[in-house]
Ligand binder design. Structure first.
Ligand code: ADP
Length: 225
């Protein structure tokens, strides 16, 4: 596998239950280092399903996933958990922040789980929050932040362990268009500066145009645009 390929999805098919129709049919995709990929398709077309499989949060019915050349089929649950922690950042449409922790603590947590010292984790979290324009909000709790600010914290959290690839499932789908544009702009800038790859599920064709490659999921197939 060439060195600049970070993730490969090979002939992925998915149905949730036996006898159900297939949501994904024979989907293959190679993601290069630092590549930005847009995943387009109407609601229900299978974007979340594909992102969850790429994020090792769900298993395909058939097909293979490789992360940095390692076949995930053979990985144990512990190895998958570790890959998710170290190599993959996930951003959902809903922020999923822990309400009882402050913004900076939410961004420190994945680092502490990885074994980073509290001091380093705090420094990194402060720097990421600052990159996401939340320099003056480290000690605010999610309930004290706006929708856009909460999503900015969730983005900082996804970046906290310097993942190889960021999987974003309509990350600004819950925000008004103006806020969504600003948050996405900062997200794209920070990700571009790190050399991370990103697969972003979106309804937004204008946003997709800014990515390196666009795909449409239609009737379970991945169509290049
Ligand atoms: P999108 O993200 O594009 O809106 P999804 O991947 O969420 O699409 O859904 C694709 C299809 O899979 C839909 O028909 C949806 O109902 C079905 N689906 C998603 N999750 C499940 C599940 N856990 N069990 C059964 N069907 C599901």
């Amino acid at each position: 596998m060439p060195e600049d390929i970070v993730m490969v999805l090979e002939n992925i098919s998915k149905r949730y239950h036996k006898n159900d129709a297939f949501v994904l049919k024979d989907v293959s995709l190679s993601v290069k280092k630092a590549e930005f990929i847009a995943l387009l398709g109407p609601s229900g077309s299978g974007k979340s399903t594909l992102l969850h499989i790429a994020g090792l949060l769900d298993m395909p019915t058939s097909g293979s996933i490789f992360v940095e050349g390692k076949n995930i089929q053979k990985a144990t649950d512990d190895e998958k958990t570790s890959l998710r922690l170290l190599k993959i950042g996930f951003i959902y449409q809903y922020h999923h922040l822990l309400q009882e922790f402050s913004a900076i603590e939410n961004v420190m947590l994945p680092q502490l789980i990885r074994g980073v010292s509290k001091k380093s984790a705090r420094e990194k979290a402060a720097s990421l929050l600052s990159d996401m324009k939340l320099k003056d909000k480290p000690n605010s709790f999610p309930s004290e932040l706006s929708g856009g600010q909460k999503q900015r914290v969730a983005i900082a959290r996804a970046l906290a362990n310097d993942p190889l690839i960021l999987l974003a499932d309509e990350p600004t789908g819950n925000l008004d268009p103006e806020t969504a544009f600003l948050v996405l702009d900062d997200l794209m800038q920070i990700v571009r500066s790190t050399g991370m790859s990103i697969i972003m599920g979106t309804h937004n064709y204008e946003l997709a145009e800014k990515m390196d490659r666009e795909f449409l999921i239609s009737e379970g197939r991945l169509l290049g645009k």
